[in-house]
Design a protein around this ligand. Structure first.
Ligand code: ADP
Ligand code: MG
Length: 268
């Protein structure tokens, strides 16, 4: 049986169901009875003030942090359900859940191409890598990924020479090389120029349907660009979910998030 979230679109099966998840650090509930459902192929944006629990939420999905209570279930395409809250981080990663952190973790002294080779090989393990000669298939796959992220002209350049935005795209490419089912991306536009931000938005939009994505973001212009359904997190729970316009004009959201934007951007 495929899982559906009955109150939403009935025709698209879910990939992720998070129910009643709570996580406290020293008695402080960073995540508080959180319920969250993601459809297969969906692009979801999560917003919320600093400390709302956004990064902790991603940590819980990837197994980096274990919830105190509640369940995180990934629904496989064959209808099989996997309880992620009982699995280890590397096991969850192997299921095709890729995470992009804010600071890119690329190999600066390797070429763009070799970064993708290394990423492909993560799947294969050390022994296979020692004897690795990339196949025609791998080369085609790498070039396809580089085209998707707009770096095909930089293929032979050292990754360290890329601009900040290009480094972020390379890291997204490294995740894509592993063909993840679910991509979790934390503040991709941070520190980018306006033009890079817009291209990042286009890139993320091009990935929906083929992959499921959760994107955490602060920059409201960027959120407007990529927004499909938006989830507002506040004090570890879902304050509001809906279209960008609905969320933006909601008085509670304005109070907890947009109303504090001026203060927050001073901190950043
Ligand atoms: P966001 O990403 O929305 O800014 P976080 O998920 O980073 O928020 O943090 C949510 C709350 O949980 C914050 O108050 C933060 O200080 C706290 N927190 C997160 N991780 C830890 C940790 N490992 N130990 C203690 N407190 C933590
Ligand atoms: Mg965060």
């Amino acid at each position: 049986m495929l899982a559906y979230h009955t109150s939403l679109y009935r025709d698209t099966p879910l990939i992720l169901s998070v129910t009643g998840v709570t996580k406290a650090f020293d008695g402080f509930k960073a995540i508080d009875d959180l319920n969250f459902y993601l459809e297969q192929g969906e692009l979801r944006t999560i917003i919320g003030p600093n400390g709302a629990g956004k990064s902790t939420f991603l940590d819980i999905i990837t197994g980096r942090t274990r919830p105190d209570s509640g369940t995180v279930v990934m629904h496989e395409q064959d209808g099989h359900d996997l309880n992620l809250s009982k699995m280890r981080e590397f096991e969850i990663n192997r299921l095709g859940i890729g995470r992009k952190f804010q600071t890119p973790s690329i190999y600066k002294s390797h070429t763009v191409y070799d970064n993708l080779v290394l990423s492909l090989n993560k799947e294969r393990g050390v022994f296979a890598t020692l004897f690795y000669r990339e196949s025609k298939q791998d080369r085609e796959r790498i070039m396809e990924v580089l085209k998707n992220v707009g770096l095909e002209k930089r293929v032979n350049d050292l990754a360290g020479l890329l601009s900040h935005g290009q480094k972020q795209w390379l890291e997204i490419g490294m995740l894509l090389a592993q063909d993840p089912r679910l991509l979790l991306i934390d503040e991709p536009a941070a520190g980018m120029s306006d033009e890079e931000t817009e291209r990042t938005g286009e890139l993320l939009l091009s990935l929906e349907k083929k992959h499921s994505l959760i994107v955490i973001e602060h920059d409201m212009e960027f959120v407007r660009q990529i927004a499909r359904k938006v989830t507002v997190l506040h004090q570890g729970y879902v304050l509001k979910e809906g279209s960008f316009e609905a969320v933006k004009s909601n008085p509670e959201v304005i109070e907890v998030y947009l109303g504090r934007k001026g203060k927050k951007s001073q901190q950043n």
